[in-house]
Design a protein around this ligand. Structure first.
Ligand SMILES: [Zn+2]
Length: 448
């Protein structure tokens, strides 16, 4: 049946305007019009492939989807560039406040976490108000306990709350283990107030004992906070079963609309193909995939003859350590100097509101003129300090010029890395504004 579904949606994909216009223009009228190419791509990836955790057969299915789709859309060169990663999968995740009637908490294992023993870990909770407080605690402060870290993430248009909040996810297990903890649980790194816990990658340190790590949904974290405020000691039972997968296959999908005048010069549009396993990865990052594919076609025009090559790279294994970004920079080391621009879409579906850059001083007037051409779309000129995004960071470090287009991320972290990241969260009108912005930028650099 999968073949039939794929075929039907594949036809639907091509039913519209292949040039990327989708026939719908953009703006608030879009909802009354037929779905655009970008929306249909988002729907197709999240429906036909669904969750696509790095290193699993579902990520491989996403690569197959991308190759098929990009060929159908008449990209000139479409290739998979494979690499392998250390894979990981979750199998079981449960937690109970055993001191208070065995209340079940909505929890999820953090990506990369080891398992608990089969019967779980049952221990007193050490309630730690923030990651900074954890860092101040002396060695052995939490011996024999499960550390719970309670920082809240603040919502912001530029997503600036994430950098601070994510520290407890990436390093909480290391810092808690250094202080004797048996396991760590964190308030979800997310801005919702639901029972959907947020997963995401976590790290171990070879010099520190590995302990299991989980995220608790924000609503359940509130419950722990209230019990803690009552001053009663709590005991938690945490059961995690996860699996490490050696040499798991991943890969980048690279597709070119070959330039007619300077085919060796490359305008690179980036997004990532993998997602976390809990939801269907709609806002992270199917919309990014859809934006860059539709924008590349729109920039190339109906003739598909840009001056320079417009390259779409759909990266693998971003979520589990940005392996695709590193693999691309390595595989293309010889042509990095040929990249005239790299830009990335990996922040959901909110409207673009700022154009930042990382360009040489002498080239700033051109970047300024491109930014000025986006004013009617509500985009302001930002600074010249853009890092671009995770997957193109390796290129930025090597001096590739960068445009960083800030999408409105006010609600992005309500769904990010949860089972609730599904197609219904996609704002079709905002998606079209993104396509138009990315297309204008790509066209300006490709035809400069
Ligand atoms: Zn992402």
């Amino acid at each position: 049946m999968r073949g039939f579904v794929a075929g039907a949606l594949g036809l639907a994909l091509l039913g519209g305007c292949v040039s990327g216009d989708g026939g719908s223009g953009f703006g608030d009228r879009a909802s009354a019009l037929p779905p655009s190419l970008a929306y249909r791509l988002t729907q197709s990836l999240t429906t036909e492939v669904g969750p696509r955790l790095a290193g699993t057969p579902r990520e491989a299915a996403a690569r197959d989807w991308a190759v098929r789709t990009l060929k159908d859309l008449k990209f000139g060169r479409v290739a998979v560039e494979p690499f392998t990663i250390k894979g990981w999968a979750r199998e079981r995740e449960e937690a109970f406040i055993v001191s208070h009637g065995d209340q079940a908490l909505a929890v999820t294992a953090l990506g990369g976490s080891i398992s608990t023993p089969k019967a779980g870990i049952t221990a007193p909770i050490a309630f730690v108000a923030s990651y900074d407080d954890l860092l101040l605690a002396p060695p052995d402060a939490y011996a024999g306990k499960i550390v719970f870290i309670n920082d809240r993430m603040k919502a912001a248009r530029d997503g600036s709350g994430y950098g601070v909040a994510v520290r407890k996810r990436s390093r909480g297990a290391i810092e808690a283990a250094k202080r004797g903890a048996l396991a760590v649980a964190i308030r979800s790194v997310g801005t919702d107030n639901t029972r959907f816990p947020h997963t995401g990658n976590m790290n171990y340190d070879a010099a520190v004992k590995r302990i299991p790590a989980a995220a608790v949904s924000n609503a359940d974290a509130d419950q722990l906070e209230r019990l803690h405020a009552m001053g009663v000691p709590m005991r938690l039972k945490l059961v995690l079963k996860t699996r490490a997968i050696a040499d798991a296959p991943s890969g980048n999908v690279v597709a070119d609309i070959v330039g007619v005048e300077k085919p060796d010069e490359i305008v690179l549009l980036a997004a990532h193909l993998d997602s976390w396993d809990l939801g269907t990865g709609a806002v992270d990052d199917a919309t990014g995939v859809a934006i860059v594919v539709a924008a590349a076609l729109k920039a190339a025009g109906p003739e598909m003859k840009p001056k320079r090559t417009i390259r779409v790279v759909l990266y693998g294994a971003e979520e589990v350590g940005v392996h695709g970004g590193d693999a691309y920079a390595k595989a293309h080391a010889g042509e990095i100097a040929n990249h005239v621009l790299a830009t990335e879409a990996d922040f959901g579906t909110g409207r673009v509101w700022r154009f930042a850059s990382k360009a040489l001083e002498a080239d700033l007037p051109f970047f300024d003129s491109v930014a000025a051409g986006l004013r009617d779309l509500g985009v302001e000129r930002g600074d010249n300090k853009s890092g671009g995004g995770a997957d193109i960071a390796a290129l930025a470090k090597k001096g590739v010029p960068i445009v960083g287009l800030s999408q409105d991320g006010t609600t992005y972290f309500d769904y990010h890395h949860t089972a609730n990241d599904t197609l219904d969260k996609v704002d079709a009108a905002a998606l079209e504004q993104n396509v138009e912005v990315y297309a204008r930028v790509a066209r300006a650099f490709a035809n400069r």
